[in-house]
Design a protein around this ligand. Sequence first.
Ligand SMILES: Cc1cc2nc3c(=O)[nH]c(=O)nc-3n(C[C@H](O)[C@H](O)[C@H](O)COP(=O)(O)OP(=O)(O)OC[C@H]3O[C@@H](n4cnc5c(N)ncnc54)[C@H](O)[C@@H]3O)c2cc1C
Length: 310
Amino acid sequence: MDKIHDVLILGGGPGGYTAALYCARAGLDTLVVEKLSAGGQMALTQQIDNYPGFEEGIDGFTLGERMRQGAERFGARTLLAEAHSAELTGPVKKIHTSEGTLQARAVILATGAGARPLGLEREDEFTGRGLYYCAACDGMACRGKTVVVVGGGNTAAADALLLSRLCEKVILVHRRGTLKATKIYHEPLFKAPNLEFHWNSQVTALLGEGRLSGVEIRQNETGKITRLDCAGIFVSIGRSPATELFRGQLELDEGGYIQADETTRTSLPGVFAVGDVRTKAVRQVVTAVGDGAAASHFAEEYLAGLDASH
Ligand SMILES: Cc1cc2nc3c(=O)[nH]c(=O)nc-3n(C[C@H](O)[C@H](O)[C@H](O)COP(=O)(O)OP(=O)(O)OC[C@H]3O[C@@H](n4cnc5c(N)ncnc54)[C@H](O)[C@@H]3O)c2cc1C
């Protein structure tokens, strides 16, 4: 408890471990706190093809481990622990974890965000086996096939358009009668020749043996149940940032993400937010990694300012 680290990084995904690599290389005493394993959401995917430098792609778990080892090579350390609460105001920040209370002069929040699930039976069983939460990541797995997209907001619209260029047919299932997505998406969606809409409908069952091969949907007005054969379902009904611990201390946007621009500075001095947990347009491994580098730069600047003021 007595020790005060220079930088505590909460979350060991690509954003967190990139920040750790840069901070440790800059000579800062750096601790990463991670509740599961290195890699974060990345570790859930078998194949990452859009992280540059791996011409054959790489599985997310291995990439996460390599990021951890790269940071630890320069002296960053990892504590496997879950943070339960945080005191982020003041010059010394405190993070209360399952392994005790930790202190640091600067904190980099890298807790990520999770896809909002459908809440259906067999969802875990089919995740990665025909059920996906990211069209940009996994669309290629269904190239040339029929897929279902669930949702009606901007993410679902963008996902449906992207998939309409890759797949034979895209079926958009939306629980309302109109799209919530901004107007800019409407025309291209309605013009796409291979897009079919099921309005006022929701997915009620996931079908298949070992791998998803279809879904059952219910039309909410008529109660009619229809079976749709498909090679994949993309769940695009929103994401939940892991920001509960910081609510009331930091400014969050309307989606619950931490307000921070590309400097990664938050509304509190000495607190930075990187990767999927902060307000941003594109949530991917490369963007989280870019944030990690930026956070280290601004954390160093902050710590140097603090040191000079003593
Ligand atoms: C199935 C899937 C496939 C994907 N495929 C790709 C792809 O092909 N290409 C691509 O670029 N992107 C892909 N993504 C997106 C990419 O993984 C994320 O954008 C990226 O991992 C975000 O990194 P991050 O560091 O911000 O957060 P995350 O990766 O979410 O890491 C956050 C970490 O914080 C930890 N944490 C959270 N709360 C606490 C707490 N209270 N205490 C301790 N630890 C905590 C979590 O356990 C987690 O390890 C995919 C995502 C998923 C889910």
